[in-house]
Design a protein around this ligand. Sequence first.
Ligand code: ATP
Ligand code: MG
Length: 185
Amino acid sequence: MEGPGTTAEKARGLVIVFTGSGKGKTTAALGIALRACGHALRTLVIQFIKGSWLAGELEAAKQLAPNLEIIATGKGFVGIRGDDLPFSEHQKAAQEALALARNKAGTGAYDILVLDEIDNALRLGLVSLEDVLAFLRSRPVAMHVILTGRDAPPELVAAADLVTEMLDVKHPFDEGQVARRGIDF
Ligand code: ATP
Ligand code: MG
């Protein structure tokens, strides 16, 4: 029997979920990616929903290439903040992001795959839970997958090995403060 710490157990990739209302979900995923870079492991981040990222991590990824790669696939906010795209466009973008995840995972080139904001894509009905769970089951066995976003569905929590819920205790946005360079983007 293989137990924890045996070779087989170490070789099995983890499913990690960072969820909850507090800040730090994407940050935590990027923190793991940074740590993994130090071991020459390769991480791919596929960003759901958010569009072209002005975020600092995009520049940082260039410096850490090829061990860190970030692809933003989304069409921006869905149904809020001046979103005038039809829902079907957002749905198409999210479906394509999941297809991209399948293709990229299938190459076997990545040790860690981050599906950033996918919980929000699930909640909005842009991708189906069945498709996401099927992806997790069919992925290369050694590849870790990190899924982020508020409101991870219970079925995803059940399927995960590691789940952390960020709790919103306070956030400067509550006081009307603006997003800070290097902290929020
Ligand atoms: P980050 O990318 O900063 O780790 P996150 O992934 O936990 O944040 P998201 O829901 O993806 O959270 O939101 C991204 C943006 O919203 C960030 O600018 C973040 O600071 C801000 N944010 C996150 N949590 C809160 C909160 N509880 N109240 C207000 N703003 C928040
Ligand atoms: Mg996030």
